[in-house]
Design a protein around this ligand. Structure first.
Ligand code: ADP
Ligand code: ZN
Length: 714
């Protein structure tokens, strides 16, 4: 890097720390910032949660003039602006949700240069008023968020976006950065063309989201499975995607009855009810939202910790986008997909009616391959988006618990032979009943008990049969006749199994899942238990503050920050400053309150004899430095010996805390002890006792402790 680049990096890092509380740039962030600051046009394609925003926010702060951010999502705009303001950045937004007065105020602020970033909707941007306003101002940068909305090919085309083409014409010298998380190639190409960008620098990040755990299960007893799943996750936020509007309501109702805080969301609700539901979820008033795919666009909640698909999505694009809403903060998040025979029936039926059967069928098949995958799921996903992953990911159910394939030829033969004798007249349930030798009335009415394979599969459970038949269906040995009441039919391929002894490989997924679940139910250690308690305490604090300021809780602190607080137990401003995501503004605003809560938590736990490693000296320091108690008072309060308490303080001093040690030892005494310490050659000589005798028993242990701490202080 040459000196200007180094200079820029230094400045950019300073801003990153001061306004966002982070110490390092993530992959690509600085490279993008550098180009933008050089006034180059940039296209940035990065998955959700990759950290796109700082790529234009930091240049905005470095530039002299105003940065205009175009965003299509009104709800999101407000959230982002609030987030920036919470960090002390002068941001505002203009869109149709504001009153005339509010709008005038903001325009005044812009004219008076009190705003660094102005967020606008594309409609607003194109109004004569706004154009006349910004024409007269020093505009540094246009940032176009959700830039895929400009492409007709994309899944979210917005006609207003096509008008953005004229920005380059009206403001030829202002750089444009276009940002999106879309993975679709055609759309990506459209962005640069449709915006008339000038030799844009393109940055395309990997679409891998290693923090998302991937898991697929059979859709059996889903409700019980979901309850167990949520139980293990103690109030974390999650989304459950359902196929139908009705099922979002039903499932939410059932979960509510089980005592969970949950709401639902779908496109059939009035827009008012929809925003209410969304708001409840964002603000943490409910933990769970059951929703159709209508939910999620424009949800900027960084701490969604899990996503469940109650039904299989219809293609991998949708699936990836939906699970992408989890773990935007980069912390571990879980995704769980249920798939079942019913889903396949429904989608196959849609296909028949869609008019785009070939494409959609191919996409559906890729989705099924993912569900039935017996190799690393992340590799399957990324391969779909044209990315090659070098190694297995280690964070999917297949990696952690590889399913074994076994020779399922006999099972297949039994099922296909029964089907052949049933002459294409039955659906899945009846086929299984025949195979299992059921005594149901219908069996006898239809004389199915007389066929040769009746009861031939009674050793296999109903549920296991369901998954084997689904596998036969997915591998093309069975098909569904939609025009004949969803009955099952043989295919050409099934003839090879029936008559040519073709081998069929199968997987017993239930067995795999049982193992998987058993792994999860491990009990927490005392340490983990305490960490969880402290996390919920800080989470409550965050909610409480958010409520007061009418903000989403993750805008106060992200989960990343809270986790780091749990790990490092910051109990004063100096500690607090080192926590990721603690900007200057937030340190001043919330530092004291959070560190106080942590101090009191340690106090409570120690009084219950639950020791968090390293917390005892911290508590002493907390009393001394924050609560301003004297050593005598601390001795009394904690019921500890004087040497122990001094030891705690000396240790904190040694670790860099500012304590005025001359309250405990005079400069002369310190000098004397240090001169003896400096003559010591071995560790043994540096013990309290040895030093005590070297000093002819004239200086007490406590003072020697201080001197030792001074000697070792970092
Ligand atoms: P995107 O817009 O790409 O979905 P965001 O810009 O919302 O992603 O960033 C996702 C999360 O990552 C946010 O919580 C953000 O504060 C955090 N983040 C961004 N840059 C960094 C960084 N350099 N270090 C740590 N966290 C970061
Ligand atoms: Zn894997």
């Amino acid at each position: 890097m040459n000196s200007t680049a180094e200079n820029l990096k230094e400045n950019a890092l300073k801003i990153l720390k001061k306004y966002f509380g982070y110490d390092h740039f993530r992959t690509m962030q600085f490279e993008v910032i550098e180009k933008v600051v050089q006034k180059k046009d940039v296209v940035l394609i990065m998955p959700t949660g990759g950290g796109k925003s700082v790529c234009f926010q930091i240049p905005a702060l470095l530039f002299e003039g105003l940065t205009v951010v175009i965003s299509p999502l009104i709800a999101l705009m407000k959230d982002q602006v609030q987030g920036l303001r919470a960090n002390g950045i002068a941001a505002a937004f203009l869109n149709s949700s504001l009153s005339r007065d509010e709008e005038n105020d903001i325009v005044q602020d812009i004219v008076n240069k009190k705003v660094k970033l102005i967020y606008v909707s594309p409609e607003k941007l194109m109004t004569q008023d706004f154009y006349s306003l910004i024409k007269e101002l020093n505009i540094s940068l246009f940032a176009i968020d959700e830039a895929h909305c400009i492409s007709q090919w994309g899944h979210d085309f917005r006609p207003e976006y096509t008008k953005l083409k004229i920005l380059k014409e009206f403001f030829p010298h202002v750089p444009i950065i276009a940002l999106t998380a879309t993975a679709d190639k055609l759309t990506r190409e459209d962005i640069a063309d449709n915006l008339n960008l000038v030799e844009p620098e393109k940055f395309i990040a990997s679409f891998d989201r290693p923090n998302l755990k991937l898991e697929v299960r059979q859709g059996l007893k889903k409700f019980e499975q979901i309850i167990r799943f949520i139980d293990q996750r103690n109030g974390e936020s999650g989304i459950i995607y359902c196929l139908s509007r009705k099922s979002t309501e039903d499932l939410a109702g059932k979960l509510k009855k089980s005592g969970l805080k949950v709401t639902f969301y779908h496109a059939g609700m009035a827009s008012d009810a929809r925003s209410k539901a969304q708001d409840k979820f964002l603000k943490g008033k409910v933990d769970i939202i059951c929703a159709t795919i209508a939910f999620g666009m424009g949800i900027d909640k960084s701490n969604v910790r899990w996503v469940i698909h109650y039904n299989m999505p219809k293609n991998i694009e949708s699936f990836y986008q939906e699970i992408g809403r989890a773990g935007r903060d980069g912390l571990a998040a879980d995704t769980l997909l249920f798939y079942s025979f019913q889903d396949v029936i429904i989608y196959r039926k849609f296909l028949e009616e869609s008019g785009r059967k070939e494409i959609e069928e191919a996409k559906l098949n890729r989705m099924l391959e993912y569900c039935e995958g017996v190799s690393c799921r992340r590799r399957i996903l990324l391969a779909y988006f044209g990315e090659h992953l070098e190694n297995d990911c280690g964070n999917c159910d297949v990696c952690s618990n590889p399913p074994k394939r076994f020779d399922g030829t006999i099972i297949a033969q039994k099922a296909l032979s029964a089907l052949s004798r049933l002459q294409g007249n039955v659906g899945m349930n009846m086929l299984i009943n025949v195979l299992r030798g059921s005594q149901a009335r219908e069996i006898f009415e239809n004389k199915y008990h007389e066929i040769k394979t009746y009861g031939a599969g009674s050793d296999i459970s109903f549920q296991a049969w369901q998954q084997y038949i689904l596998q036969l269906l997915n591998h093309g040995y069975i098909e569904i006749a939609y025009n004949k009441g969803n009955t099952l039919q043989l295919t050409e391929a099934s003839q090879d199994v029936l008559y040519k002894k073709k081998q069929v490989k199968m997987v017993n997924f239930s067995e795999v899942e049982q193992k998987q679940e058993a792994k999860v139910v491990a009990t927490l250690t005392v340490k983990e238990q305490l960490e969880m308690e402290l996390f919920s305490l800080l989470n409550e604090k965050r909610k409480e503050l958010a409520e007061k300021e009418n903000l989403a809780p993750h805008l106060i602190f992200s989960d990343v920050s809270l986790r780091e607080m749990v790990e490092k137990l910051p109990i004063d401003g100096a500690d607090f400053k080192t926590i990721q995501g603690v900007s200057k503004e937030k340190l001043v605003k919330y530092g004291l309150e959070f560190s106080h809560a942590i101090g009191l938590f340690i106090e409570e736990k120690l009084s219950q004899k639950k020791n968090i490693v390293g917390s005892s000296p911290k508590l002493t320091y907390f009393y001394f430095s924050i609560q301003k108690l004297s050593v005598q008072q601390i001795i009394k309060k904690r019921g500890l010996g004087s040497l122990t308490v001094i030891g705690h303080l000396a240790l904190m001093y040694e670790n860099g805390k500012n304590i005025d040690i001359h309250k405990f030892i005079t400069p002369e005494e310190l000098e004397t002890i240090l001169s003896v310490i400096n003559t010591c050659k071995t560790e043994e000589e540096l013990t309290l006792k040895s030093l005590y005798f070297k000093l002819e028993e004239k200086i007490d242990y406590e003072k020697i402790k201080w001197a030792l701490a001074h000697h070792a202080r970092k």
